[in-house]
Design a binder for this molecule. Structure first.
Ligand SMILES: O=P(O)(O)OC[C@H]1O[C@](O)(CO)[C@@H](O)[C@@H]1O
Length: 241
């Protein structure tokens, strides 16, 4: 797929349903291949911005996630962790929902990939900004009949880590037409159900945050670990559709 921004064309990398086989609840139910989501990595609006983005060691991506199901499971991203910066702390990330409604499953592993210390299920709406704290892996699910469009800022110095999700066949929970199904390969506590509560300094245009120092935490989260204390607000799970 291609998008045009200010006369520049950006081409996506497509993840197909077959690419998701290693992380599906029921891979055997996948018969026909189709595009699951489009990733436009390293987008910029002007050459001047491009220089700023490179200097700040950041990357701006769009992800367009199609609606659909594989068996009874809703379409989702593959899922990944980020590497360590040092001292056992991994790179965080910030997402924005540009269009649609999404669910993120965040998980933090302990000694082994299968030992989960914390699970946070984030129900996000259009306009929400979602901060993925250090040390959490993340999967984004499309629980709707419409495409989800998201943007994200992330440090550009690393590659995502997919092996834990491959080894465990996906994240700690699958989202299905019958609701949440635990992936029994994991030992994990009960999930917390939350909505995003990004601090007020992140209000406004996601892209324009590059013109401020507010994204510095993506490259060095250790300078402001308090930021991650209040990025979610617990919700009553019964209220969640
Ligand atoms: O890398 P995955 O798990 O396929 O997830 C897709 C999205 O995650 C990002 O890598 C950001 O974390 C985006 O660039 C990409 O569109």
């Amino acid at each position: 797929m291609e998008i045009e921004i200010n006369g520049r064309r950006f081409t996506s990398e497509t993840r197909f349903a077959f690419d998701l086989k290693p992380v599906l609840k029921n891979p055997e139910e996948l018969e026909e291949n189709f595009p699951a989501y489009e990733m436009f990595r390293d987008v910029y609006f002007s050459e001047e911005d491009r220089e700023l983005i490179l200097n700040k060691r950041l990357r701006y991506d769009y992800t367009f996630t199609n609606p659909g199901k594989i068996g009874d499971e809703f379409i989702k991203t593959f899922g990944h962790y980020h590497p360590e910066i040092g001292d056992g702390i991994t790179y965080p990330e910030i997402y924005e929902i540009i269009e649609g409604r999404a669910i993120f499953v965040l998980q933090k592993h302990g000694e082994s990939f299968g030992e989960i210390e914390d699970v946070v299920i984030v129900y996000a709406e259009e306009g929400d900004k979602i901060i993925i704290p250090p040390n959490y892996g993340h999967v984004m699910i499309n629980p709707t009949d419409n495409m989800i469009k998201t943007a994200n800022w992330v440090c550009r110095d690393f590659s995502s880590i997919y092996d834990p999700y491959k080894q465990m066949r996906g994240g700690v929970y699958y989202y299905t037409i019958n609701g949440w199904v635990k992936n029994e390969r994991y030992n994990a506590p009960e999930p917390k159900f939350v909505k995003p509560k990004a601090p007020k300094e992140f209000k406004g245009s996601m892209y324009d945050l590059i013109k401020t120092d507010r994204l510095d935490f993506l490259v060095d989260p250790t300078q402001n670990m308090d930021l991650f204390e209040e990025v979610f607000e617990e919700i009553d799970h019964d209220l969640v559709k």
